[in-house]
Design a protein around this ligand. Structure first.
Ligand SMILES: [Zn+2]
Length: 122
């Protein structure tokens, strides 16, 4: 197995920072939603569109959070930087840009192609 030259310690710190930021952002968004509910009960319909937008933002942040957690667990297990699908080392340059990547570029593109093919059949 080729040695992956990524600084795992550095990545861990980055992931932990990102995790905290993400948690703060989620909390802030959730607060905003409660605030709206409490302050505008008599102003007619709540802004459903706005709420929907915030809810989907929260969902995507929660997705990001679980990706961060997954990557952090991999740094603990010692298999960080290896593709979950083929086991080959992920390009360190790719990890620098996207530290939560758990697939190598080739596998990711293949999965995306498969997903697109599935989507077009449906
Ligand atoms: Zn792969």
């Amino acid at each position: 197995m080729a040695h992956v030259r990524v600084n795992v310690q550095e990545i861990r710190e980055r992931l932990q920072r990102e995790r905290e930021e993400t948690l703060t952002n989620i909390a802030r968004l959730q607060e905003g939603m409660t605030y709206d509910l409490e302050t505008s009960p008599e102003e007619g319909d709540p802004d459903i569109w706005e709420r929907e937008k915030i809810a989907s933002l929260i969902r995507s942040l929660e997705n990001k959070l679980s990706e961060i957690d997954r990557a952090l667990r991999m740094t603990e297990r010692g298999d960080y930087g290896l593709c979950e699908r083929c086991g080959q080392p992920i390009d360190p340059a790719r990890l620098k840009v996207m530290p939560t990547a758990t697939l190598c570029l080739k596998c990711k593109q293949e999965l995306e192609r498969q997903a697109a093919a599935r989507a077009s059949r449906e």
